[in-house]
Structure formats: structure tokens, C-alpha cells
Design a protein around this ligand. Structure first.
Ligand SMILES: [Zn+2]
Length: 124
């Protein structure tokens, strides 16, 4: 198998309502074909599963950046959902990814229902 690399991995929820916003956002900042894209219900909510996928992306494609996108009104979070909960989960996920893959830079976003991407600042 020939080796092939890409720059980034993108992690989003499966929710169809947000895909047009995500597609447009990706088109604006990334070259086509420069990232792996993981769709998982709840985004990074089930972090163990997502970490496994990121690990595969890292091993096969040597990714250097991870973009984590959770969104408002996420059914996978259900009643437990608050903006603060998303922000905390995103920060925890960023920390875990950076601990496991120190060369990977993580950026986290909270995507609002109106399509606005709000960057969530890391704890550091
Ligand atoms: Zn969702």
C-alpha cells in the first residue's frame, strides 16, 4: 500500500441540518481532499469511539490538525445539553487528543443553529 497523507481530521455530528453549514465552512478554509472527515452522532460526545477513529486517521494519514465541531440543539446530548456542557466536553476532548498525539494541534467549535461557528478557547 502506498503511503498517503493529509493535514487534518474534522469531527462533526451526523445531524443533517448542519451539513450545509459545515460543507461551506470546510470549503472556505481547506483545500478539497486535504482532510479526513469523521461524522459521529454527538460529535465528540462518545470520546472513546472518536479517539479510535482519530487514532486511525493519525496512523494512516499522519494528520497534524484536528477540528472538533459540536453543535447547538444536538439530539445525541438530549436533555443534558447546555452550551457549557458542549464547551467543557470540547475542552476535555482537545486535552485528551493533545496528550495522546502531542504533535496534533486541536481547534474546537460550537456550531449554532443559525450556522455561526463559535471557536471555543482551550484551557491553556
Ligand atoms: Zn448532533
Amino acid at each position: 500500500m502506498t503511503s498517503h497523507k493529509c493535514d487534518s481530521v474534522i469531527i462533526t455530528c451526523i445531524d443533517f441540518r448542519f451539513q450545509p453549514y459545515i460543507d461551506e465552512w470546510l470549503d472556505k478554509q481547506f483545500k478539497a481532499g486535504s482532510y479526513d472527515r469523521i461524522s459521529w452522532a454527538g460529535g465528540i460526545k462518545n470520546l472513546d469511539d472518536v479517539m479510535e477513529q482519530i487514532g486511525i486517521s493519525h496512523r494512516l494519514h499522519c494528520i497534524k490538525n484536528a477540528f472538533l465541531i459540536n453543535h447547538e440543539n444536538c439530539g445525541a446530548y438530549g436533555q443534558a445539553e447546555t452550551a457549557e456542557k458542549h464547551a467543557q466536553d470540547l475542552k476535555n476532548a482537545a486535552e485528551e487528543i493533545e496528550n495522546k498525539f502531542p504533535e496534533v494541534e486541536v481547534k474546537t467549535y460550537y456550531l449554532h443553529l443559525d450556522g455561526t461557528f463559535e471557536q471555543i478557547q482551550a484551557l491553556t
